[in-house]
Design a protein around this ligand. Structure first.
Ligand code: FAD
Length: 402
């Protein structure tokens, strides 16, 4: 294959979108560097689903066998009433529109590991560093890193998440693009004292939910506390103690596993606290800089599609860069190709809190009536069509026949 133009690409962020993009760019003949702020690949996070079009991406990466091994195989969701009594039990697919035996559900950290392992020997990874300045000179981009190193790249891609540093440096403050859905959440690991396995247990009162996800018997569980909050708690973002205090004050309940969850959250070394928000941008690129994954189009966990959409977007961005003659047309084609898919999946998350955290008594009663009557959740049919709303182009085939 001829070397593509704009060969030297810097990607900021090594989670889901970053390593996926790095892998495909390398496979298409680019020279890739990934910079990650953390000192090592970050583990942790909830179990994420890989469905529909995203499953095709990981299949093309040869990852299906490994991801099948990592599949956490949730078999049941149990919904509790405010007193902690069982109200309904059902298969997860009844809510998500996923397909039993086809979809993959893996811990976020396991997916990140798989993606990193594929790229690590071919791509340069710089941990514990971050882009400090970016200067798009028209025919290249000059980059200074926090470490003081200066380097030059042909293109820079921000895959650095909901609170993207690259987006702030190039497109402006996050507030311009941030759509807050009115909830915050805290996720953390805790011991499996309730002896759960392959299941999720959800406790709800209006505007608040506590969830325990369990994987293999005997393994740790993952706790998830979600709560409605009118304004994003800006003061808590840079202060882990304030995050813990806010979550604990919001969950004073003495029912079910809540006291144990709050105590575990207080001491957790992997606490992940954030807002439930989306990113909506009029354009995902400018000049020689583009965005991918949550940085460009966060869908929020309430869509159930954040990682899947990030896998698909990264695949398309790499393919368009490989098959177009210049970055301007490639970036435009990337956006034209996946924007509709992204927006359909963003629309799965609503300010009503969906199934996970119905915001008001009315939202909760409506959800519970559906659960009790065992009718299909509207989210399930909408979900299924959004997950598969896009057919993955075969860029390697295009390159072979070009
Ligand atoms: C540790 C972790 C736990 C998560 N847990 C949850 C969860 O429980 N629920 C949920 O809804 N979503 C969670 N997410 C977000 C979820 O992974 C994303 O929504 C989705 O997978 C899209 O992935 P992404 O690669 O676009 O962004 P992300 O997964 O957010 O990854 C962004 C990456 O960029 C890195 N980064 C950030 N700033 C910089 C910078 N200045 N320079 C270089 N690198 C930078 C981050 O460390 C991270 O590795 C988590 C993300 C991480 C990193």
């Amino acid at each position: 294959m001829n070397h593509p133009p704009n060969r030297k690409v810097l990607i900021s962020g090594a989670s889901i979108a970053g390593p996926t993009l790095a892998y495909w760019l390398d496979r298409h003949g680019f020279k890739v560097t990934v910079v990650e702020k953390a000192t090592h690949l970050r583990g942790g996070g909830y179990a994420i689903d890989i469905r529909g079009t995203a499953r095709d991406v990981v299949e093309r990466m040869g990852l299906l066998p490994r991801l099948r091994q990592a599949h956490v195989d949730s078999r049941q969701l149990t919904f509790l009433d405010p007193d902690g009594e069982v109200m309904a039990e059902l298969r997860p697919e009844a809510l998500t529109g996923g397909i039993e035996g086809v979809d993959l559900e893996v811990r976020r950290g396991d997916l990140a590991d798989c993606l990193y392992d594929l790229a690590r020997d071919k791509v340069e990874f710089l941990f514990n560093d971050s882009i400090a300045t970016l200067d798009d000179r028209g025919d290249h981009v000059d980059v200074t890193f926090d470490s003081g190193t200066r380097r030059t790249f042909d293109l820079v891609i921000g895959a650095d998440g909901l609170h993207s540093n690259t987006r702030s440096l190039v497109f402006g403050p996050e507030e311009r693009f941030h759509r807050y859905l009115g909830f915050c959440f805290a996720g953390f690991t805790l011991p499996n004292d309730a002896d759960l396995a392959h299941e999720g247990v959800l406790w709800n009162v209006p505007g608040r939910s506590a969830i325990l996800y369990a994987y293999e018997p005997g393994e740790s569980t993952y706790g998830f506390l979600t709560f409605a909050q009118d304004e994003p708690p800006f003061s808590a973002f840079r202060n882990p103690q304030a995050q813990r205090d806010l979550v604990a004050a919001t969950f004073p309940d003495t029912v079910w596993e809540i006291p144990r969850m709050v105590a575990a959250m207080r001491g957790a070394d992997d606490l992940f606290f954030d807002v439930v928000s989306q990113i909506h941008m009029p354009a995902w690129s400018t000049g020689r800089v583009a965005l991918a994954g949550d940085a460009a189009h966060a869908t929020s966990f309430m869509s159930g599609q954040g990682s899947s959409v990030s896998l698909v977007g990264a695949y398309v961005l790499a393919g368009e860069l490989a098959t177009r003659t210049d970055h301007v047309t490639a970036f435009a084609a990337y956006e034209n190709t996946v924007r509709e898919f992204v927006e359909r999946n963003q629309a799965l998350a609503t300010e009503g809190g969906g199934v996970v955290a119905p915001r008001t008594r009315q939202h909760l009663d409506t959800r519970n009536a559906i659960l009790r009557n065992r009718t299909t959740m509207p989210s399930s049919t909408e979900g299924r069509s959004a997950h598969t709303a896009f057919d993955l182009p075969d860029y390697e085939q295009s390159l072979r026949t070009a």
